[in-house]
Design a protein around this ligand. Structure first.
Ligand code: NAI
Ligand code: CS2
Length: 485
């Protein structure tokens, strides 16, 4: 039997299900990038709001890359399971907030029409850092990106998120409709400001009048989003099927913790997010820095050094007290660069992160977190290093994490095995690594010269010295022994 509207009543009592009439739900949100995180985080909050009567905030989930999610969810009436796991066991909840799916490349016109529909008041995004077609170090639109070049020539059949959003906004302008609010839920610094800047520039390149309209009218509030959601495995699907007593082809697995902080700036209305536990603020910046520089920075440090030391998951890496101590050190050294609201307890926050990372029920692969490092390092590690240098503080801890990334992107691990490096500039990085060879004095400076990632920080002599020394230590001792004793 398959999970669907027709089989909902056959679920075990232990499985929570939509507590509202799905037939009454109408779309109010189009989400681009209907991946695991959206379905475990934003969609759960919306599901809570639908149960409180906000039935005009259903989600249309779109993928700009593949039909996998649509293929899996269509037979399930877009229902799926959120399996929340911890050492205490697992809870299962069937979520009904997604009411339709779209595959952008299969029918771009229909996706644009959905976004231009007056009922669509929010377009949200989890398209990964690389989906913004931006230069990570500056946050500016990469006008040479192949998708951007294509979309400027084919505005009605775009490939990029920016292309789709601007095409829909252009349609709304012609129809005399206000823009929807663009809500980035990706791990980017100032994600709302960044996406707003990218959209405005893309629109400018299409038509200065459109660019000005977007500059004047578009709301793109920044958000901080947090819930650890590993890629779903076949073992996860089997465990969910056993719990449901029926097949769910597309479940998501996550942790109990969830947090969503949103700047309250919506041009076309919003649901009562606070009723779903979402925090509404005027400025999300301190919370975003806290999360990116404490959680995501230590996540990336554990991912590269843990992978090189032979650990498959974050939990397995954390089981080695030296890695756990290193993650805590990354957090402590980042904390001094943060300016937080009165009463924020960063020590307690860091302790909670270490516990979350150690969750034995989550199979969060170091390889998954290691991907797209060129898009992640600036906001996770490099901002802290820049700020610590400005305070004349040592950067050796973060330099070892950066060295871990450098060793990882060479594509060969410490046992000589190939690493499947996933990154938008993987080929460029591999070429740099091949030319430099496995020699720290050559490889570190060559990679620090990649200005799209390191910018001027890469030219700072103190940065070059610390990262080169860390990479030399890594080559000499291996990740397992290179950690501080
Ligand atoms: P996923 O792989 O399940 O989904 C990624 C989505 O992005 C897919 O729909 C994919 O088609 C789309 N995508 C990938 N490259 C794209 C591109 N170049 N242009 C447009 N769309 C593209 O990944 P998941 O777990 O949903 O994470 C997505 C993002 O959510 C992350 O990159 C991060 O920014 C954010 N996030 C993820 C968390 C997690 O623990 N998984 C937690 C907090 C934030
Ligand atoms: C992870 C994040 O894959 C990664 O880069 O660091 O997706 C992390 O799981 C989330 O930001 C946690 O909220």
């Amino acid at each position: 039997m398959r999970l669907s509207n027709a089989s909902l009543d056959l679920l075990p009592d232990s499985v929570r299900r939509p507590d509202y009439d799905r037939a009454r739900v109408t779309p109010g949100i189009v989400h681009l990038g209907i991946g695991a995180f959206h379905r475990a985080h934003q969609a759960v909050a919306i599901d809570d709001l639908l149960a409180r009567g906000a039935t005009d905030w259903g989600i249309v989930g779109a993928s700009l890359r593949s039909s996998d999610t649509q293929d899996a969810l269509a037979p399930q009436d877009c229902l799926y399971t959120v399996a929340t796991r911890s050492g205490a066991g697992a809870e299962h909840r069937v979520v009904g907030a997604v009411v339709a799916t779209e595959v952008a490349r299969a029918n771009p016109a229909r996706l644009i029409a959905r976004m231009a529909d007056p009922a669509t008041r929010i377009v949200s995004l989890t398209i990964t850092e690389k989906g913004y077609c931006h230069t990570p170090q500056t946050g500016e639109l990469d006008e040479g990106h192949p998708d951007i070049v294509h979309d400027l020539k084919n505005p009605d059949a775009p490939r990029s998120a920016a292309g789709f959003i601007v095409a829909a906004l252009s349609r709304r302008k012609v129809l005399g409709l206000a823009p929807f609010t663009v809500l980035s839920c990706d791990n980017l610094p100032a994600n709302g400001v960044t996406v707003g800047r990218i959209l405005q520039r893309f629109a400018d390149l299409r038509s200065p009048e459109l660019g000005q309209w977007i500059a004047d009218e578009l709301a793109s509030p920044s958000t901080m989003v947090d819930r650890i959601v590993p890629e779903t495995t076949d073992a996860d699907r089997a465990a969910v099927a056993a719990a449901l007593g029926m097949v769910d082809a597309w479940p998501v697995v996550t942790e109990p913790f969830t947090q969503w902080i949103v700047e309250d700036r919506f041009a076309a209305g919003r649901p009562d997010f606070a009723a779903a536990g979402v925090q509404l603020v005027s400025d999300v910046t301190p919370f975003e820095h806290m999360k990116l520089r404490l959680l995501n920075a230590s996540h990336s440090a554990l991912a590269y050094l843990g992978y090189l030391a032979g650990h498959e998951t974050i939990a397995a890496t954390m089981a080695d007290h030296r890695f756990a101590a290193f993650a805590a050190q990354v957090m402590d050294e980042a904390a001094v660069t943060l300016t937080m609201p009165q009463g924020t307890d960063l020590a307690t926050y860091s302790q909670s992160l270490l516990q979350r990372f150690s969750n034995p029920a989550l199979h969060h692969r170091t390889w998954q977190i290691a991907m797209d490092g060129s898009q992640k390092l600036p906001q996770r590690l490099l901002g802290t290093m820049r700020d610590r240098l400005a305070l004349n503080l040592p950067i050796d801890t973060h330099a070892l994490a950066v060295a871990g990334w450098m060793r990882y992107i060479t594509g060969t691990d410490e046992q000589g095995r190939k690493i499947d490096v996933r990154d938008p500039i993987a080929a460029e990085l591999a070429a740099i690594a091949r030319a430099a060879g496995p020699v720290a004095d050559r490889l570190a400076p060559a990679l620090l010269n990649v200005s799209a990632v390191f910018g001027t920080l890469g030219t700072d002599p103190r940065m070059r010295k610390a990262v080169t020394a860390a990479l030399a230590r890594l080559y000499q001792l291996g990740a397992d022994q290179a950690l501080p004793k």
